[in-house]
Design a binder for this molecule. Structure first.
Ligand code: HEM
Length: 601
């Protein structure tokens, strides 16, 4: 054992104190400098002790938050609601209301963050592909299996975007429709016949959206339980199923990101072992996909999305690296599965909370489908009809209230960058944003700004702020065919509302799929799949809150569900409900709400 002498200990202590002191002095100096720069922008600013995406803060906030939340509100209210990613959705527009500005600079010692929900800034950010960039360092989290389109910019980003966009031909949308309708038919039977257990509905929806993206984008079938089915060779036999390996690898993406590769593989900690195993297993499944693709091409099979990636990898002009093929397969599945599954999950709970809306939706589906067997529903005719009806309205409103990505990250580059923003007095202002500022478009605030999206007046009994469920009003998206209607008319004459409002709102006030050159490449795919699955489920069955007893018990279950939608929604990969709302699925005509007289709700 080494024994340190008293003078050595004293030297060590004083050196440590000097280092800590210098660090704090430097931090203070840096903060002072950043505040001076922020003042010059003319944008409202606040000071925060932490930076929202600092790795240390990200790692420590979970254990620290219970203590920080006990501090008096005046100490935290100006910065905390915009410094914890998982709570951005919950606070929605409130931080902007507090600062009386739709754009705020959050100044911390080492980096400044610009949060905005200003429509003018949203439009400007979407248009400025060359100087308002993707924050590739922050998005490196996504590079678990190789570089991806989502986490790249500049020349590389353009190359990946070109290859991945070319994956989405007409046949892909047609495939998403047919596969969505078919898989949702199987899902309906599973939901009606199986007994409720925690997490059942979300898991079933994930299996469906995973299978749709796998089949349509990659030509790889998955069984209803998520096993891989190949036609031309046998997949590797792993410890995790095809679906499970992806779902676990995606869940542990944060662990993979925070841990060096060598440590992850050899670490004795369980979370590291799980992350490492699931990553390896999913990699092997992706290699299986590529082998299958080679064999299919040799046999002259149809083109799908993976074909574009594979073709780009062997095309000497493009030379898409093997890691980029793997990275982009991963990001397709990631983009295509959690997003749609969670959106459908929110929709089903909201429909259970509002039986009258559910019933109107079903009548609209009946009117379009006219007793035809769903296997005859066509992408060319039925998809536009459903999208332009109550089905499209339910999807549009759910994406407004529970948008998959509560913020869209960008950054300024090496030089000061001009940005147009709205001022509180309604005028526009050309601000100059400092270099390397993280620019976060707060979509949950954009979509809940009362100036553009009036909320319902009455909260559901039991619901806490932010009154998420009572703000959900799908029929605001409908107008009488071929003419615009006032809000009062919308409320008084629901049955005639048949046409979806697809334009007319102020630019920059509705951006669930983002906008501009880096908008979601899967938008049409997602809309097609969501309409297909929702219409197919609701044609045959109804969803109800699980409750025992009569109207009183139902009201309690409803209050509890609304409270969870308000308090327990956060983000892992996409916005999701982190608590369970038990649901029952019944054949149409057997709903308990008919007995309990709940149709007026
Ligand atoms: C409800 C469904 C979906 C929503 C709300 C959604 C939303 C978004 C948003 C907001 C972005 C922009 C992110 C950013 O700029 O950082 C994005 C990007 C992207 N989405 Fe989606 N998405 C959905 C479904 C899908 C699907 C089904 C796919 C693929 C099959 C997909 C693939 C992608 C990809 C590859 C990008 C990156 C594009 C780029 O960086 O240039 N998404 N999505």
């Amino acid at each position: 054992m080494i024994v340190l002498s008293a003078p050595t200990l004293a030297t060590l202590a004083s050196t440590s104190l000097a280092l800590i002191g210098s660090y704090f002095l430097y931090a203070l100096f840096s903060l002072f400098r950043n505040v001076q720069v922020a003042k010059k922008t003319g944008i409202a600013y606040t000071i925060a002790p932490v930076h929202v995406s600092n790795k240390l803060w990200l790692g420590l906030q979970k254990p620290l938050l219970p203590y920080i939340n006990q501090a008096p509100k005046w100490m935290t209210q100006s910065w905390l609601p915009v410094s914890v990613y998982d709570q951005i959705w919950r606070h929605g527009y409130a931080p902007f209301e507090y600062h009386k500005s739709t754009t705020i600079l959050v100044v911390s010692p080492f980096r400044t963050v610009l949060w905005t929900c200003s429509p003018t800034a949203v439009v400007d950010v979407s248009r400025r592909r060359n100087d308002i960039l993707k924050p590739v360092d922050e998005l490196a989290l996504l590079n678990v299996h190789g570089p991806t389109v989502t986490s790249s910019d500049g020349e590389q980003g353009r190359r990946y975007r070109k290859v991945t966009t070319s994956c989405f031909g007409h046949h892909i949308f047609e495939g998403a429709w047919n596969e969505g309708v078919e898989r949702a038919g199987i899902l309906t039977n599973r939901l009606v016949s199986s007994v409720e257990y925690p997490g059942r509905v979300k898991k079933e929806l994930e299996l469906v959206t995973f299978a749709v993206v796998s089949e349509v984008c990659f030509g790889i079938s998955a069984t209803p339980d998520g096993d891989m089915v190949l036609r031309r060779h046998t997949p590797h036999k792993g410890r995790l199923s095809y679906w499970e390996s992806f779902a676990v690898s995606a869940d542990f993406m944060g662990v993979t990101y925070m841990t060096p590769k060598a440590v992850l593989k050899r670490s004795p900690f369980e979370m590291h072992r799980i992350a490492s195993t699931s990553n390896e297993e999913w990699s092997s499944y992706m290699e299986d996909m590529i082998v299958e693709k080679k064999l299919e091409r040799e046999a002259g099979a149809d083109k799908d999305a993976i074909d574009s990636l594979y073709s780009a990898s062997i095309d000497p002009k493009v030379k898409l690296e093997h890691e980029a093929v793997l990275g982009n397969i991963w990001v397709f599945v990631l983009g295509g599965f959690h997003t749609s599954a969670n959106t459908l999950h929110f929709i089903l709970i909201l429909l259970a909370i509002y039986p009258s809306i559910q019933s109107t939706l079903q009548q609209s589906i009946d009117a379009i489908s006219k007793d035809r067997d769903p296997s005859t529903w066509s992408h060319a005719v039925d998809f536009p009809a459903f999208l332009n009806s109550h089905v499209g309205a339910v999807v549009a409103e759910t994406l407004r209230c529970f948008g998959v990505l509560p913020w869209i990250p960008k950054t300024t580059g090496d030089v000061p960058t001009p940005l147009m923003v709205d001022r509180p007095d309604g005028s526009k202002h050309r601000a100059v944003i400092p270099p390397h500022t993280l620019v976060l478009v707060n979509t949950s605030a954009v979509h809940r700004n009362p100036a553009h999206w009036p909320q319902a007046e009455n909260a559901i009994a039991g619901e806490d702020e932010p009154f998420a469920a009572s703000g959900w009003n799908p029929w605001r998206w409908l107008k009488k065919t071929n003419q615009k209607t006032s809000a009062a008319e919308l409320e008084s004459d629901e049955t005639e509302l048949t046409s979806l409002i697809t334009s007319g709102w102020e630019p920059g006030t509705y951006i669930p799929f983002s906008d501009g050159a880096r908008a979601c490449i899967g938008k049409r795919f997602a809309q097609t799949e969501l309409c297909a699955v929702l219409a197919r489920i609701m044609r045959d069955c109804s969803v109800e809150l699980a409750f025992d007893g009569g109207k009183k018990q139902w009201m309690q279950a409803r209050g509890e569900a609304a409270r969870k939608l308000s308090q327990n929604v956060g983000i892992t990969l996409a916005l999701e409900l982190k608590a369970d709302v038990p649901l029952n699925f019944v054949q149409r005509g057997k709903e308990r709400w008919l007995d309990a007289d709940l149709m007026s709700l």
